[in-house]
Write a protein that binds this ligand. Structure first.
Ligand code: F3S
Length: 322
């Protein structure tokens, strides 16, 4: 099954609900799993299939959620994945997994020491690795390093770790301005940031810095999904965004759609759909974050097509998880 092409279909709801009207559904294109997440999940599933279960049924350990999507993590957990908080929580000699967001070099070294190099599957996305390499390069060359992004996000923490632990992080233009004058400054971005933020930050920093190097490490997959949301919002009466509450890139899609005055319903799964939300809507769009699997998107579409939409649910309240 592929969801990458936009498609339209006409459906009817039952007689007694707001679902009762001819309605078209359009799926944003591209949407859902990006290259890096798809690659990581495939390698994790391969590893789970290859290795035998330990006594408690666990096959592979991940420090932190391997993907910011609770439903997909639950599916993988049933197959033998266990998410732990610290490397110390992994029994020595076990199989370990480094997620697409990457991990700081110190954590990777700990994993290798605890599990053995052959037992560690490193699924760091190549685009994240590029940002990590740029951070290491800038630090090596003697630049002060600035990462534009969320300081609490694991990807940013991994990038900071690659800059010999000495990078600054700014998540807003106010924080960029507050940095003041610098001699030599190197800038990179969390892969999921908006291009406008990187551009505006560079404009602020240029007059304040004697030598400024800026690497655009924003991932094309993120930009494409954001563009797809911009396009679809001009054609639909409302947009359903499917994705984890803890997914930064899903939050960005919601933010973009709302900034275009689009009525947005942010849900993690079909059970959070709301009949009331569909009232007066003839064209409904579906978009999903880069960490949302196809099967969750398909479930949402199927629930709408078959009118299996609960009454009274309101989806997510809209708070943006940065
Ligand atoms: Fe990689 Fe871009 Fe996805 S950085 S994990 S392909 S959003």
């Amino acid at each position: 099954m592929t969801l990458w092409k936009a498609r339209r279909c006409t459906i009817w709801g039952d007689d007694s609900s707001p679902m009762k009207r001819e309605r078209e559904i359009e799926i944003a294109s591209p949407t859902g799993f990006c290259f890096g997440v798809k690659r990581a999940i495939e390698s994790l599933e391969r590893r789970i299939e290859e290795c035998g279960a330990l006594s408690d049924g666990v096959k592979v350990y991940s420090v932190g959620m391997p993907i910011h999507n609770p439903q997909e993590v639950e599916r993988l957990s049933k197959k033998g994945l266990k998410v732990v908080d610290r490397v110390d929580d992994i029994p020595p000699g076990s199989y370990a997994f480094v997620r697409a967001h990457g991990a700081p070099p110190s954590q990777k070294e700990e994993l290798v020491a605890r599990c053995g190099a052959a037992n560690v599957t490193d699924a760091t996305c190549p685009f994240v690795k590029n940002a990590q390499d740029k951070a290491a390069f800038l630090a090596r060359e003697g630049y002060a390093v600035l990462v534009l992004g969320d300081p609490d996000h694991p990807e940013v923490q991994a990038i900071v770790g690659c800059a010999e632990g000495d990078a600054m992080v700014a998540s807003s233009l106010g924080e960029v301005e507050a940095l003041g004058r610098r001699d030599r400054l190197g800038v990179i971005s969390q892969t999921t940031q908006k291009g406008e933020f990187l551009g505006a930050a560079a404009s602020i920093l240029a007059p304040l810095t004697r030598e400024l190097r800026v690497f655009n490490t924003i991932c094309g997959a993120t930009t494409q999904r954001q563009e797809a949301v911009r396009r679809i919002t001009s054609r639909v009466d409302g947009l359903i965004v499917v994705g984890g509450r803890n997914s930064a890139n899903t939050a960005k899609l919601v933010e973009i759609a709302r900034s275009r005055q689009c009525d947005v319903l942010w849900i993690e799964h079909a059970g959070e759909l709301s009949q009331e939300w569909f009232a007066e809507k003839s064209n409904v769009g579906i978009a999903a974050g880069a960490s949302t699997p196809d099967w969750l998107i398909e479930e949402v579409k199927h629930a709408i097509e078959t009118s299996q939409v609960p009454r009274g649910m309101e989806g997510y309240d809209g708070r943006i998880y940065e």
